[in-house]
Ligand binder design. Structure first.
Ligand SMILES: Cc1cc2nc3c(=O)[nH]c(=O)nc-3n(C[C@H](O)[C@H](O)[C@H](O)COP(=O)(O)OP(=O)(O)OC[C@H]3O[C@@H](n4cnc5c(N)ncnc54)[C@H](O)[C@@H]3O)c2cc1C
Length: 438
């Protein structure tokens, strides 16, 4: 039976490789001229930037991590994370709860006092269980950490009120340190949080796309690029997939493309399903690339919770991941700004974004505009799944429907889950593992 995979991002190429290893006949249909999806990279004037925002390789999942690392073979570099949060002009250690000693004294007291008061209140059962993400933040960290960092940062990256977000997804994703670590960090004893990411891997050459290319290498010939799927029809026991010019037939159909794109190309989608997809929220991201003459600071990346500092939620320094992504004597900076269609950022031109970021970085003391030798912008419409309060209701309707009609959904915007690269590869491995057991 021939399997057709819609989308040649990380999930699509991983599925193709794993299915081919089982001996299946596979075809991957990718709209863009190159594979990679959110994990594409571009090289210009000696600078390599990840076009879907800065990526690093890390995972708690040992099997997936060793798959990624062994696939890269020698093309990899390991670095210790040196990440900060820019707070009132200071560089506070990340995660915030592990960097409390870096705060001004009043804020340090506010954070630790509220943390302990909340802890006691929770122990005594005086606080109701959280009903949304904002409640969860206050319930878990107390008012100080919530108001100094967690709420402003999250509202910036999600571009959505935390009080309107669900909290079902946070376990394991948002660092939640032991109490002793928070107290130690407040008195200035070094602690490390989010430890499975404390050391990370990055390709030496080619940016994060090198990982997707390495995974795709044995199955290159299964991938058809420049194939924008615009029709998917049921035919007897299989499917016919078209791009307006060509048709490909499949016995099994797996989609890794965004649900919003898939629903568009199907006929007779029930109204409730179309509405549920329409109501799923997501964010777009603009990646702003700045290449400079001279050195960047020694940080891996810096979170920027305060809207006054700039529109960016994060700036990364890819030349600290690999020495090969910038020409000698130069440094690379990547700023990420999330936005939604119709908001102020979505209306900004590339030049306006570059000027905004350059000015903000100058004000942070990170560069002088005369150092800038390269700049560029890329936008990704589908960047982050936003878990609003109706998410679980809507996604159930959508998944039930695709289950019923027999299209399998794997990947970040197909499952419509906040999956990192490791989560995508795990989903692909589980999918193929289940097929092999049938
Ligand atoms: C800013 C940012 C930073 C991130 N950083 C990290 C990180 O540091 N570490 C980490 O592990 N993960 C990170 N991620 C997550 C990671 O990028 C994703 O988990 C992963 O790339 C998702 O892969 P995918 O194949 O499921 O989806 P996608 O990459 O979205 O691939 C879908 C593919 O489908 C194609 N497509 C769409 N419509 C059609 C159509 N009609 N016909 C044919 N093809 C179509 C698209 O062109 C695309 O290639 C980050 C994500 C973002 C947004």
């Amino acid at each position: 039976m021939k399997t057709v995979i819609l989308g040649g991002g990380l999930t699509g190429v991983t599925l193709s490789r794993l299915l081919a290893e089982l001996g299946d006949e596979v075809a991957v249909l990718e709209a863009a001229p190159r594979i990679g999806g959110l994990c594409r990279s571009r090289t210009e004037q000696g600078f390599t930037f990840d076009t879907g925002g800065s990526h690093i390789i890390f995972s708690r999942d040992c099997e997936v991590l060793s798959f990624m690392i062994s696939t890269l073979e020698g093309n990899r570099n390991e670095r210790a994370r040196n990440t900060k949060i820019f707070y009132k002009g200071r560089y506070v250690k990340y995660p915030f709860e592990n960097g409390l000693a870096d705060l001004p004294k009043d804020d340090l007291f506010f954070c630790i006092n509220e943390f302990i008061r909340t802890l006691i209140a929770v122990e005594k059962g005086e606080l109701p269980p959280p009903e949304n993400f904002r409640d969860w933040i206050y319930f878990t960290f107390g008012r100080g950490i919530a108001e100094c960092y967690m709420v402003p940062y999250n509202e910036k990256i999600w571009n959505y009120p935390t009080g309107k977000m669900s909290h079902h997804w946070v376990e394991g994703r948002i660092p939640r340190p032991p109490v002793e670590d928070v107290i130690k960090s407040a008195v200035g004893i070094e602690t490390e949080g989010y430890t499975h990411q404390a050391v990370f891997t990055y390709p030496l050459h080619g940016g994060i796309e090198a990982l997707v290319r390495a995974i795709a290498e044995p199955v290159k010939e299964t991938i058809l690029v420049n194939f924008t799927v615009n029709s998917v029809k049921k035919e007897n026991d299989g499917w016919v997939i078209g791009d307006g010019q060509r048709e490909v037939r499949a016995g099994r159909l797996i989609s890794t493309i965004p649900l919003q794109a898939l629903i568009e190309v199907l006929n007779d989608v029930p109204f409730t399903v179309a509405e549920a997809v329409k109501n799923l929220r997501y964010n777009s991201v603009a990646s702003i690339f700045i290449g400079i003459r001279g050195q960047v600071p020694p940080y891996s990346w810096v979170y920027i919770p305060d809207p006054e500092t700039g529109l960016m939620n994060r700036i990364s320094f890819p030349s600290n991941y690999s020495p090969e992504v910038a020409p000698e004597g130069h440094g690379a900076i990547l700023a990420e700004i999330t936005y939604n269609e119709g908001d102020a950022v979505s209306g900004m031109s590339d030049q306006e974004l570059i000027s905004h970021v350059t000015m903000s970085l100058e004000e942070m003391g990170l560069l002088d505009h005369t150092q800038v030798v390269y700049s560029g912008v890329e936008r990704q419409e589908f960047a982050y799944v936003v878990y609003d309060l109706d998410y679980q209701k809507n996604i159930r309707i959508v998944h039930d429907y695709f289950n019923r009609i027999g299209i399998d959904l794997v990947g970040r915007f197909s499952q419509f889950e906040y999956l990192n690269m490791d989560g995508c590869i795990r989903s692909a491995m589980n999918y193929v593992g289940n097929l092999a057991c049938r």
